[in-house]
Design a protein around this ligand. Sequence first.
Ligand code: DGJ
Length: 746
Amino acid sequence: MADIWHDQTAGTWLLQTRSTGYAFGLADSGAALRHLHWGPGLPAAAPAALLAEAGGEPPRWERYRSSARERPDEYVPWGGLRYDEPSLKADYADGTRSTEWRFTAQRLSRPGASATLELDFTDPAYGLVTTLAYRVYDEFDVIERWVVLRHGGDQPIVIRQAHSANWWLPDRACWRLRYLHGGWGAETRLAQVTLGPGKLVLESRRGTTSHQFNPWFTLDPGGRATEEGGEVWAGALAWSGSWKLVYELTAAGHLHACGGCNDFDWSHRLMPGDRLVLPSFAALYTDAGFGAASREWHAWVRAHVIGRGDRTGLAEPRRRAADASGARGPGSSGRGPDDDGQRLRPVLYNSWEATSFAVSQGGQERLAERASRIGVERFVVDDGWFRGRDNDHAGLGDWTVDESKFPLGLAPLIKRVNDLGMSFGLWVEPEMVNRDSDLYRAHPDWVYHFAHRTRTEHRNQLVLNLARPDVADWVFGQIDRLLAENNIEFIKWDMNRPFSEPGWPAEAGRNPERIWVEHVRSLYAILDGLRAAHPGVEFESCSGGGGRADLGILGRVEQIWTSDNTDAWDRIAIQEGFTQVFPPQVMMAWVTDSPNWWTGRRLPLRFRFHVAMAGALGIGGDLSRWTEREMTEAAELVTAYKVIRPVVQQGRLYRLASVPADPYGAHEYLSDDGTQVVILAWWGPSSCGGGRPPLRLAALDPVARYADADNGQQYWGAELLHEGLTLPGVRQDDFGSALVRLARRS
Ligand code: DGJ
């Protein structure tokens, strides 16, 4: 069980997770909190000894010889001889721009299967109270941190930089950083770099999580960790707006990873009595490699993040919209405690690649009939269903059904879809507006803009200012109405452009720079409110593909659209990066047509299915053009997916091999009880006649027998672990794939 130990005499705290430890302690008579340890578990008395070793000395900000072991500030208020990246920077009304504080209070609580520690540090001169919050979870090694700023003074304070967490790593000779980067159609690809002295900043300034970088990392000393072993420290920020993560090897030789909401162009004016809750930043340590880190993220995200709503109070003040519709109170998602993270994802059909904007009742019904024939469980109408939306130049903002396409509204189509045994889902992009829309004509001031400056369009659209309470209420009202009037069970929430001209002229002089954070808090509050008011509805996060994939949005959705690139060969790398942190269950993956609309690549239907079956399976091809043979094969593969679905979506993922480094890419999914094994493998053309050796499996019991569910062949676990499994069809060249199911027999 996770626990938090406080040694009152020494002034230290120890956070104990399932198998790791994290410690810090007070120094300088409570004026500082020093970081002491993050790594393997510690005895309860160890933090006091670690603090004593530091000799009570303040940390040195430059490297020089000393016998005492220095301990850096756990969270760094800017001031004094501090030249490294600070955690907190504030301006006070009299011109003072540095912060000094004193430890004033602690609170320990045990909500559910977790323990939370809050430490208050108060600046006695100005009344700013900074609460450092920590949460540890039973059965997990994840530590979640966040910060709350409360103003107990009487003059405004301007917050210029405020990180969610500052993670210190132990001193090691050299560090490798791994992170996810990409672009539209190429999201979440793994990159790595060796960190040297100085600072590496990865960020989004786009108002959303972004396609370019994702706020997740791993750090391993000397680049020595592998998929199967070695020490790994990993972190993920739960924030869906502009963010900044800094990896800095300080002049004193310590490495820290710190960050939160991006401070670029942002400031937040705290008035007396106000509070600002910063997003949570989770992290973990393991000595069992990148694979173990991923599995820990997956299990924790399923248990504690998906659809859980707000865990820190971040969106709480903006719940007006939810309250207006009679939704339940703050902190409640309106759903049962075990619901969202544990529910299997239905097989989904989405018409976007088939029809683009040319949707119609007849066309969608014909696709729905074909989809139900192959076993689809949820039918989703994408963009193009609302007034004026014949292309991407018009319509966004006017969320009423286009009667030329759906003469009697959506109801007849929804009924047909339901009669075919499927639930109905709908695409929306509520944060956006086209100039050519009734909404923009009525409210041109509702978009972010600067006076006397161009309103730069992207995909012909502008971004609504969700920081405005009237706009937030309007957005909530539009989607609330759609959900109230129709039997919609799934919403795909898209966001197709980044911010530009992030202004709010009416607020000039009243801190319009707060929009960067307020937009996201408002978005969260709207989603929390909709989920509470419509507990039967599930949500998908989409942002021109995978531009909004993070632990913050995952608190409000059941799944994420991974990428607009549906070429299965490209998807392997995108999915490999995505599943470093996000569980396969939330990774929406469609089987689309061949040749692929974007890359032109031709891939066998089976191959396309096997790649999409590595996550939450969807179909996105033009089923009206699939041959009867393809329809039959698709139905068989959907049936096969439904059999393996619980293991793929909720089992433990072992990445056995990766292309292009290995001759094939292969995943093993193992049920929690170890009795069910699913192997998915994919390979491209071989070169120079190079063979593909048997695939060695992982985490099996060497002395147990495992039987192939298709041909009955039995193997010893030891054989599969050491000799390997010969994949069916592995001799086939040019984009082959395999699905193998093994069941433990003894
Ligand atoms: C971008 C999404 O990623 C696509 O799947 C599709 O929904 C389009 N937007 C619709 O405009």
